[in-house]
Design a protein around this ligand. Structure first.
Ligand code: C2O
Ligand code: CU
Ligand code: CU
Length: 489
């Protein structure tokens, strides 16, 4: 099993920093780093335990230059956590930083108290131990901090990792991690001349737009492949940047999964777009001996300027055969009689005219409900993410989404002056005093209040639920992070 590829020591001069708008390329190519798989131990009761430690470190993000970064179990980013549907897992998350943080399991369906949102702060030195049973289809998820006001800064400095859910009976897809199943975490950065990360993640309309794009923390990477087909799991782990990803030669590839699960059938396209926090799984083909370039090209959203080469894919002269992705299933999306809720994204710090308030419950949803969430956007680019659920995009300004965006998702681009309607299926974990979040995932917007809270409650009890969280349930001044599960867990 190939867990981690060694980091290629770069020779040659350190790349100069560039604050200008034009994307730059260095002349040194670096082997793509692949995050190691997270180790685990299994208890006698069958619960699998993982340990994550948030810490500081120094990383060679640009060849020859050292940068102060944050990471889980290492100096930068985090290990890839791989879970199986049906198993019960427990995370022990220790905060060795000198600032409060949280760890949110983006896309995972679990009780709100395990969600790692702003109501589950982990104080410096504390350990938080959420536990849940994995109950959702196979897909590519991720974990990252979610403390109100510091999410942008903590993610930017390196706190992010992948979380993969596997299912035993899925269709045949390339699946050997690090060999023909490769994660690609796309993140743009700005570097000061001394190598430190530059830019204020809370400034301007969108926060930071970097002039360097790193893939899994690797600058200017290449990957050697040994199989005819490779599955790439792309995550936009950037604070704000939108990527439009294609091959330089415009070859087609198959989209096999959206954020939260497989498509009903693979769809061939030659370009996909990813707004922050969105994921897509693609299967791409190589021919023996060739080098193909995956790149991102500029667009018109205000946060996608510039062309960047993301990855050179270097194919061996003999490639192991792998079958094309091929299946069909049909997932009916029922919205008959579904309640409609409306959300308007205004400016860059409110939803429905209100800024996020940790003590206010904005929406009360009965467990198991199917609803239509209608998200209308104003004059800035945004996206929309809902915790604890997956949804289907019903339509974008009245038109059905393209086939490659019709799969299960948890984050969706809402272009300027456009209305997106989502068919949302809510879960069964009820708790009237522990909210889930919905928000724009451009971290500058999320941190400044473009976020709301909903609780999931027993059907029929909606009217009895308090819309105001009592002080004991609000996060201020109180830590739930002493490592002792509360009885309501
Ligand atoms: Cu990826 Cu509320 O988060
Ligand atoms: Cu989330
Ligand atoms: Cu936004």
């Amino acid at each position: 099993m190939l867990a981690a590829l060694p980091v290629l020591a770069a020779s040659g001069p350190a790349s100069a920093s560039d604050q200008g708008p034009a994307p730059r390329r260095s002349t040194v190519r670096n082997r793509l780093r692949v995050p190691p798989l997270a180790g685990s131990t299994t208890d006698a009761d069958g619960v699998r335990r993982f340990e994550l430690t948030m810490r500081r470190g120094r990383s060679e993000l640009l060849p020859g230059t050292w940068t102060e970064t944050l990471g889980f179990n290492g100096p930068h980013l985090g290990p890839t956590i791989r879970l199986r549907r049906g198993e019960t897992v427990q995370m022990a998350v220790t905060n060795q930083l000198d600032e409060v943080s949280t760890v949110h399991w983006h896309g995972i369906r679990l009780p709100a108290r395990m969600d790692g949102g702003p109501h589950q702060p982990i104080e410096p030195g504390a350990t938080w131990t959420p536990r849940w049973t994995v109950d959702q289809p196979a897909a590519t998820f991720w974990y990252h901090p979610h403390r109100q006001g510091s999410t942008a800064s903590q993610v930017y400095r390196g706190l992010a990792g992948l979380l993969l859910v596997d299912e035993p009976d899925g269709p045949e897809l390339p699946g050997t991690y690090g060999v023909d199943d490769i994660p690609l975490i796309l993140q743009d950065k700005r570097f000061a001349p001394d190598g430190s990360l530059a830019g204020d993640p809370l400034r301007g309309t969108y926060g930071i737009l970097g002039d360097r794009v790193l893939v899994n923390g690797t600058h200017d990477p290449y990957l050697e492949v040994t199989t005819e087909r490779v599955r790439f799991r792309l995550l936009n782990g950037s604070n704000a940047r939108v990527y439009h990803v294609r091959f330089a030669d415009r070859r087609g590839f198959h989209v096999v999964a959206n954020d939260a699960g497989l498509l009903d059938t693979p769809v061939e396209v030659d370009e996909i777009s990813l707004t922050p926090a969105e994921r897509v799984e693609i299967v791409a083909r190589s021919t023996p001996g060739e080098t193909a370039t995956l790149r991102s090209v500029g667009g018109s959203t205000d946060i996608d300027q510039g062309d960047f080469d993301l990855l050179q894919i270097v194919a061996g002269t003999r490639l192991a055969a792998s079958p094309p992705p091929d299946w069909t299933s049909r997932t009916p999306v029922t919205t008959l009689g579904a309640r409609v809720r409306r959300f308007r994204l205004d400016g860059h710090d409110t939803i429905n005219g209100r800024r996020m308030d940790l003590s206010r419950i904005d929406e009360v949803v009965p467990a198991g409900a199917r609803e239509i969430w209608e998200v209308e956007n104003g004059d800035h680019t945004h996206n929309f993410h809902i915790h604890g659920v997956s949804f289907r995009v019903l339509d974008v300004d009245g038109a059905p989404p393209p086939a490659h965006l019709a799969g299960p998702k948890d984050t969706v681009h809402v272009p300027k002056r456009v209305t997106v309607r989502l068919a949302v299926r809510f879960g069964h974990h009820t708790d009237p005093t522990a909210p889930y979040m919905y928000h724009c995932h451009i971290l500058r917007h999320e941190d400044s209040g473009m976020m709301g809270q909903f609780v999931v409650v027993e059907p029929g009890t909606e009217e009895q639920v308090s819309r105001c969280l009592a002080a004991a349930d609000a996060p201020s001044g109180r830590s739930h992070s002493d490592g002792t599960p509360s009885p309501s867990y």
